[in-house]
Design a protein around this ligand. Structure first.
Ligand code: SAH
Length: 244
């Protein structure tokens, strides 16, 4: 019996934002592997084994999923949003590099609606011009690199989507990020705090950067810093198509 491995994104929260392709993969699965809150989003049923694990267990989780697939199971590794954006797809490929015997397994990566796209759509069109995405967690990279990227993104006048802005274990980083952006001359820029988008706890708040406070973000918030031309129209925020 030949197993398979599918790495799927569950979208930002709302069932309506799970793609039909991902729903079909979940129905065909024998095993669901992932961070516990994401595994919990997949309803249990007879014949389905669920394997929840802790945060920060990515590489071990990826190895476990590959092993199950090699044993003949149809495994779906779940991430929130898109699995290729600060999520499990990279961890699976990293595990594959160490274990060449698994490289022939049928493997698919199924895209999902990533948080910045769901958040941008709620706010209007703040990513309508050039933009970048920065993960503010320094679990997997040195903090000085994050500072450098923030400075250069500000200088290049990108709109900036900030993932993982703030958590209980990293309360300082986001305050420092706001300071860096203020020092880079971004004080007048529009900033969107998009929390728990597409869930019942959704909140959306827009301020200018100089009025942004660190407590406005938590681990369920996606922050979008506009570019220098980003503006408001009524309750909407958008980046004009044209920049001179
Ligand atoms: N793979 C995911 C991102 C994982 S990193 C994706 O593509 O969306 C986790 C971070 O994503 C959170 O700290 C938060 O910044 C953001 N995020 C995830 N879901 C969100 C939601 N529903 N609303 C706002 N931000 C969200």
């Amino acid at each position: 019996m030949t197993g398979s491995l599918t790495i799927a994104g569950l979208g930002p929260g709302d069932e309506a934002l799970v793609t039909p392709e991902v729903s079909a993969a979940l129905i065909a699965a024998t095993d669901i592997v992932g961070y516990a809150p994401y595994v919990a989003r997949v309803p249990g049923r007879a014949g389905l084994a669920r394997h929840p694990s802790d945060n920060r267990m990515e590489l071990q989780r990826a190895g476990d999923a590959l092993r199950l697939a090699a044993e003949g199971r149809h495994v779906v590794v779940v991430s929130s949003g898109d699995p290729g954006v600060f999520a499990m797809a990279s961890a699976v490929f990293e595990a594959l590099e160490d274990q060449p015997q698994w490289q022939a397994l049928p493997l698919r990566v199924l895209p999902g609606v990533t948080a910045m796209l769901a958040a941008a759509a709620r706010a209007g069109a703040p990513l309508g011009h050039d933009f970048c995405a920065i993960n503010l967690s320094d679990n997997l990279k040195p903090w000085p690199l994050i500072e450098k990227r923030l400075r250069l993104a500000a200088e290049a006048d990108f709109a900036i989507a900030i993932y993982n802005p703030r958590s209980a274990s990293r309360p300082e980083g986001f305050a420092r990020a706001l300071e860096i952006l203020n020092d880079a001359g971004c004080g007048d820029r529009v900033v969107i705090f998009a929390r728990a988008i597409s869930t019942p706890k959704e909140q959306l708040e827009t301020v200018t950067l100089r009025h942004a406070r660190p407590e406005m973000a938590d681990m369920r918030t996606l922050v979008i810093v506009g570019n220098s031309a980003t503006r408001r129209v009524g309750r909407w925020v958008y980046a004009p198509r044209q920049v001179r």
